[in-house]
Design a protein around this ligand. Structure first.
Ligand code: AMP
Ligand code: ZN
Ligand code: ZN
Length: 431
């Protein structure tokens, strides 16, 4: 029985057993299963081309030039790619994954950080991306409408092989198939899961699919962006992309692939730290999040004025009361954004006090989203997209309208400036 059925079974035992019967996979050996999957996919040749949105977490745009990712490079060269895709501020994982699928800046979709507080949910309500209860609670996600919800609402089947937000019933809707985030699921298993979904009978075969890989980000944090470990993990993720491309070919499935990352990576050092307690009395504030950028709340009995020393000039760091953050960062209007935001120069880290320097990782992200180090990946390849097209730069709020246009979905308007005609002219193939 495939992992796909297990995932479906958790939620939809009835659908799962019907599909098992229809496809008759139970009891087949691994090889026979593979053959049956391929045959079924071929027989039900795609009337509707699936779109697979793939995220390689922390894949900095220039990693593509390292000569280590031949499969990605070939998709880029034979399709479209951007020299750089700018993430949204803050250039971290949850806010940007949700931007990619909603087309909204974090201020507008509500996932303003990997860690957040919101007393309107419950008085002590706290969101942490590693908290399994928080990530499934739709109240954190409901300010945006992700592509899989748009798809499901319009009768387009969707399936998520991991994506932040995909475990929650946002607007009361879930992808038809989804998986609970689990780093132990190997990359070949993730790709096989996609193949098994593509072998479903037409009525349940997803047309919008997500696929997610975290290894490049992990290695970037632990060893730094210029490490051999990052390079090894580039090779590993490229092999998974190769498995996907080859497997689709063998199954006769023509798919549109959109391959992105959420942000880049910069080298950090314990020699490049800014300790907040040296600037302002540590009793006056609480650090909600620290590192390349910091979110700070005054403690009870204090207010933003007590944090005024932060707003003076500092080498390597700028701080603002949330409503004075420069407009180009599109951040600070949402009630979930902490009262004060500080942003470090690339390579610097903001910490509560100096003893924390010992715990810093060798790489990080979260800096100004326009810096080259935070630049993200964009590759599009498949029948919908232009071939041999190089885009100088783009913004990650453009992904949602692009995907919606390819899938012919009527999607809610996000923060992208692009019109349908711009998208057509910039990205889409013309027959
Ligand atoms: P960060 O580098 O702190 O912005 O966060 C990146 C981490 O988010 C990755 O290393 C993943 O392990 C984790 N992550 C990615 N997707 C999910 C998810 N759906 N649920 C929980 N954690 C996730
Ligand atoms: Zn990330
Ligand atoms: Zn990261």
């Amino acid at each position: 029985m495939s992992a796909g059925y297990k995932a479906a079974k958790k939620r939809k035992p009835l659908l799962s057993s019907v599909l098992s019967l229809l496809l008759g996979f139970a009891g087949l050996s691994g090889g026979a299963h593979e053959a049956a999957t391929a045959a079924t996919a071929q027989k039900t040749a795609q009337s509707k081309t699936p779109l697979i949105l793939i995220s390689i977490d922390g894949f900095r745009a220039d990693y593509l030039d390292r000569g280590l990712t031949p499969n990605l490079l070939s998709l880029a060269k034979n399709g479209s790619y951007a020299k750089v895709m700018h993430p949204s501020f803050p250039s971290i994982t949850f806010p940007n994954h949700y931007t990619l699928v909603t087309g909204l800046y974090p201020d507008h979709h509500g996932i303003v950080g990997n860690n957040m507080d919101d007393s309107s949910i419950t008085p002590d309500s706290h969101f942490k991306m590693s908290d399994p209860e928080a990530v499934v609670d739709r109240r954190w996600w409901d300010e945006g409408e992700p592509l899989w919800v748009t798809a499901e609402k319009q009768g387009v089947v969707s399936a998520t092989m991991f994506w932040p937000g995909s475990e929650s019933d946002i607007h009361g809707v879930r992808p038809e198939m989804w998986r609970r985030y689990d780093t132990h699921v190997s990359f070949p298993e993730r790709v096989d899961q996609v193949f098994s979904w593509l072998a479903y009978p037409a009525a349940h075969r997803p047309q919008f699919i997500t696929l997610y890989f975290e290894n490049v980000d992990h290695a970037g944090h632990l060893y730094g962006p210029d490490s051999k470990e990052v390079n090894e993990n580039l090779v590993k993720v490229d092999q998974a992309i190769g498995q996907l491309v080859q497997g689709l070919k063998q199954r006769g499935v023509k798919a549109n692939l959109v391959i992105v990352s959420d942000h880049g990576m910069a080298a950090t050092s314990p020699d490049r730290v800014i300790a907040l307690n040296k600037i302002v009395d540590s009793g006056a504030y609480r650090v909600i999040t620290g590192g390349p950028y910091a979110g700070i709340e005054p403690t009870a009995g204090h207010n933003v004025n007590d944090l005024a020393p932060l707003f003076a000039h500092h080498d390597h760091m700028q701080c603002w009361p949330k409503h004075e953050i420069p407009a180009r960062l599109h951040y600070g209007q949402n009630p979930r954004v902490p009262a004060v935001i500080c942003m470090a120069d690339v390579g610097w880290s903001i910490i509560g006090n100096e003893s924390m320097a010992a715990h810093l990782t060798k790489g990080s992200h979260g800096y100004d989203n326009e810096t080259p180090e935070m630049g993200a990946l964009f590759i599009a390849n498949g029948p919908a997209f232009q071939k041999h097209k190089v885009i100088d730069s783009m913004n990650n709020v453009d992904i949602q309208p692009l995907v919606a246009q390819v899938l012919k979905l009527k999607a809610p308007k996000g923060d992208s400036n692009l019109t349908a005609a711009d998208i057509d002219q910039r990205y889409l193939a013309h027959k």
